[in-house]
Design a protein around this ligand. Sequence first.
Ligand SMILES: C[S@@+](CC[C@H](N)C(=O)[O-])C[C@H]1O[C@@H](n2cnc3c(N)ncnc32)[C@H](O)[C@@H]1O
Length: 237
Amino acid sequence: MRQHVNPLSRIHQLARPLPPLIELFADPSLPLHLDIGSARGRFLLAMAPLAPQRNHLGLEIRRPLVEAAEADRRRDGLANLRFLYGNANVNLPEWLAQLSPGQLELVTLQFPDPWFKLRHRKRRVLQPALLLAIAAALAPGRRLFLQSDVEALIAPMRQLVEASGAFELAGPEECGPTVNPLPVATEREAQVLAEGKPVHRSLYRRSTAPLPPLADLEAHLEPTTRGVDNRHDAEAD
Ligand SMILES: C[S@@+](CC[C@H](N)C(=O)[O-])C[C@H]1O[C@@H](n2cnc3c(N)ncnc32)[C@H](O)[C@@H]1O
């Protein structure tokens, strides 16, 4: 199976509305954990029984992974877990806007695909419009958790979150290179840790600050021709 899917390809740009919570979960009123890029689903398959007080939704752009994860979920009889095919950038903003206020409790974005090249930056999953949609759906105090083994990729994600002015960073006692606020490691995380490599983590809480206009956030992040992206352009060619 191909490792990377181009999220900008026409097939993944189709507007396919995601089903409402009432069609997904036995108790749709529970608080929601959204995992973006859930891959084969093992992280949420382990999280859902540990956190039965929440519903867990995994969104993944590779359809065969979604099908395999859903088969495991049915086998395990987990009524508070679902996996859906979708492109986070295309399908999530409208869906997030329809959630009841306060329902979204936690968003996890862990080890996103490493699109290093500057010219591929639009393929990276955390784009300004998606961040604003997440921030608009998270009530004050609710959490956004980011992880990556690639410092050059988590740096622009942190920069974007911080430029929005809408989040507060949790302290090192709660989250850091050796402290994961969640009880389960993702597949990629387990692999990175087994190789003895560092994991970069940031936990944010939504503040009460209003959101900036999308154009302001995009302008703030206009890439320059300098910096880490170009170093990786050479490596990733
Ligand atoms: C490197 S994997 C990490 C998977 C998992 N989060 C982990 O930590 O083991 C990134 C996943 O995000 C998915 N993905 C990439 N872009 C996406 C998008 N726009 N919408 C939804 N999923 C996406 C990929 O297909 C892939 O399964």
